[in-house]
Every structure is written in C-alpha cells, then in structure tokens.
Design a protein around this ligand. Structure first.
Ligand SMILES: [Zn+2]
Length: 415
C-alpha cells in the first residue's frame, strides 16, 4: 500500500500545502494562537459597519472636512476618513437627525425641509470626496466598496418626526437614500411613544402602523432605538421584516430608559433582528457621582429645560455649554471592557447572530479607550480576549446587520 504522505507530483505537493494552510487557519481561529498584530490585521481585513454616527451634525454646524485628520479633543469630531482608515472602519450609517418642534402641519413641513437640507449637505460633501467614499443604498454596496478601498456611507433618518402625518414622505426619503428610520427620538411624535416621554398612544399610533407597513414595502429597516417598550413590542409584532436597534445597549447591564430589557432583546432576536450596541457612556455605565460636575449639570439642566423642544439656536447654545462643562469637569468614561460586557450579556441571552455595533459617535459617544473611530480595533482585541471566534467577530462587525438588511430588501421585492 502506498504511503499516503509520499509526494509524487507537483499537484500532490499543492494538495498537502493547501491542507496545511487550512489547518493553520482553523487552529488560529481563537485569540490564544494570535498575536496582537495578527488580530489588528484581521480587524483591518474584515468588513466593519457602524450603524449610527451623527457626523452630519458636524458637517452642518462645523463644516468638518472629512478628508482631513482631526484631533477629537480639539474639534469634538469623532469621524473623518483618515481616522476611519486607522480604525479599520469600512462603512457607516450617517444619521440624519432632526430635533423636534411643534407637532403641527407647519412644524412638520419645516422639519422635513431641515432633514432635506441636511441630506443636501451630506450629498455635497461626499460628492466632493468621491475618491474616499460614496453614498450607497444597497446591502451589498459595503463589501463592493471595501474591495475598491472606499468607504460606504449609508443614510438613516433618526426621528420619524419629519414624516409628519403624510405617508408619502416615506417614499420621498427612500428616494433620497434613507434605508432606516428611527421611529422617534427623545419625545413622542405622530408615529409612536418614545422611551423618554410619557405614554401617549401606548405604543404605535394608528399612523405608526401604516408607517411600518409602508417601510416594509419600500425596503427600509425599522429602527426601534429610542422607542418605548410598548412601541418596540408592537413594531416587532407588526413589521413583516426583522427590525434593528441601530444604537442601543442592555438595560440589565445599565438601567437607563434608552436601553433594552431582556424581554425586548429576546423579542427582537426571535423575529430575526439585530441590536447594535452603542458606545454612549450613560448607556454603558451610570454616570458616577462627581463633585463639581454634578452641580454644573444641575445648573445646565435648570437653564435648558426640555432641550429637545427648544429652537435650533438654543439647542446649539446648549450643545456648546455642555461641551464646555465636559471640558471643565470631564466624566469618568467607561472602558471598552465595560461596553463588551453589554455584548457578552446580549450574546449569552439572544445568541451571536443578533448583536452588532452602532457607536453614536458625534452624537455623544466616547469610551476611555475608544474615544473616536480610530480606536475601534480595541473592541476587536477585547472580543478576542474573551474568546470570540473570527466568525463571531465578523458577524458582530457586519454579518448580522447585513443579513437583516438584505432580508428587508428581499421582502420589499415581494410586497
Ligand atoms: Zn440617538
């Protein structure tokens, strides 16, 4: 009988070499056999998507040039293309966030115009920088652009307030590239109750039910971040497609009204959806008591009551005062390890197929060791340290979200 390890021909040699490489790869699937530089290069190779950044606000108010590298401590900007490259971040969803004013016809049409104006600003900025990035709309565009060495910019509408009471506005925003809508922000709107407001409808309004039906038909993801518990339950039940939470953490790990309880996490996963963990410090760990900071916060809170309903000028003034407060009395920030505790909890509860990352950078997110997008590889290092496999980490960084996104697209094609 011929020795099966004897090398007779060049093709035999290739077969044996290939199998050795294969064995090497699968043995190196976990952190134990990988050096830090191996993990960092793995992070750079995989497709990474952050489903929630508020960078359009930086474009609108500060005219940030995304082709330039900024110091986040000096400019408060957490994302530009050089830092996306450093942090191995391939794709993002730019949140087109709008504040909330009067729930009247004139209030709705003014805010709709404001959302369209922000879309104009984003289109103009990315249009000028087409060598770095493109605005995209399809689930497969992120990997297509990754192979071209460009960043994919998807668009989401954070707050359904600009939809007002006109269902036709959904198609208008879909045509402008919006691929998810966060049903509400910190206050109730015509669609639903918010997690941070009083109970008005007890979940979705009758109009909200129509909005979800139309979003399913168009192929827009339903984003339940910021929604009240009843809204989440009803959105999951009424949507024919899985839903997403574009930037939400676990309530069991940090008791904040914005976070998702274990029962909501379980519901979202049972429908095939995905929860994208957020890096906003107050959602990761409670703000620890701090002399000086606490009293300054109380003064600011007293001065700017109900900030979500203030005028644009007042909100900008508040934002500047808040930045000043944070400079004078910096919050003790949570760490990547604290944030990954949320991922651990969610993965244990609902499984590896239902968790992702939506940072909320430029919307207030910051960790001590992940202060801007350039430090995102620290999350991957922590995940490896805790025993997550390469396949798990690929799912967290993009696979799970893209599964839901493409399901939403396919369903729309049948409705
Ligand atoms: Zn938000």
């Amino acid at each position: 009988m011929q020795n099966r390890y004897s090398i007779r021909t060049l093709s035999d040699l290739l077969v044996i070499t290939t199998s050795l490489i294969f064995v090497g790869c699968s043995a190196g699937n976990n952190a134990g056999s990988m050096s830090e530089s191996d993990i960092l290069s793995f992070h750079q190779q995989i497709l990474t998507i952050d489903t929630h950044v508020d960078t359009p606000l930086r474009l609108k108010y500060e005219g940030i040039d995304l082709s330039q590298h900024h110091d986040p401590h000096e400019y408060h900007s957490k994302l530009d293309f050089p830092r996306m490259d450093e942090g191995g971040l391939d794709a993002v969803f730019f949140a087109i966030w709008t504040p909330q004013g009067a729930r009247t016809d004139s209030g709705h049409s003014a805010i709709k115009q404001q959302a369209l104006d922000i879309l104009d600003i984003v289109e103009a900025e990315i249009g000028k920088l087409s060598q770095y990035a493109e605005i995209v709309t399809h689930s497969q565009d992120a990997s297509r652009l990754q192979t071209l060495g460009k960043h994919a910019i998807y668009l989401g509408l954070e707050n359904g307030y600009p939809i007002g009471t006109d269902i036709n506005n959904l198609e208008l925003f879909y045509k402008r590239g919006i691929r998810y809508i966060t049903l509400c922000h910190m206050t109730n709107n015509e669609i639903c109750d918010s997690s941070n407001d009083t109970t008005e409808y007890g979940g979705l309004s009758p109009f909200g039910l129509k909005v979800i039906k139309r979003m399913n038909q168009l192929g827009m993801m339903v984003d339940i971040s910021h929604s009240s518990e009843a809204t989440v339950e009803q959105a999951v039940a009424s949507s024919r497609a899985p839903v997403i939470a574009s930037h939400s953490c676990s309530k069991a790990m940090c008791d904040n009204p914005r976070n998702l309880s274990d029962s909501l996490l379980t519901l979202i996963a049972a429908k095939g959806g995905v929860v994208q963990m957020c890096l906003l410090s107050d959602y990761i760990t409670p703000d620890p008591p701090q002399e000086g900071r606490d009293s300054a916060q109380a003064v600011l809170k007293q001065k700017w009551k109900d900030i979500d309903r203030q005028t644009d000028t007042n909100r900008e003034a508040y934002r500047l005062e808040l930045s000043e407060l944070n400079r004078n009395f910096p919050r003790v920030l949570p760490s990547v390890a604290d944030a990954v505790d949320h991922i651990d909890h969610m993965v244990k509860l609902i499984g590896i197929d239902h968790v992702g990352i939506g940072t909320d950078f430029d919307g207030g997110a910051a960790l001590s060791d992940c202060f801007d997008v350039s430090e995102l590889p620290n999350i991957t290092l922590e995940l490896f340290k805790r025993g997550y496999s390469k396949s798990d980490i690929r799912k967290i960084w993009s696979g799970n979200l893209l599964r839901v996104f493409s399901k939403v697209e396919h369903l729309a094609a049948t409705l």
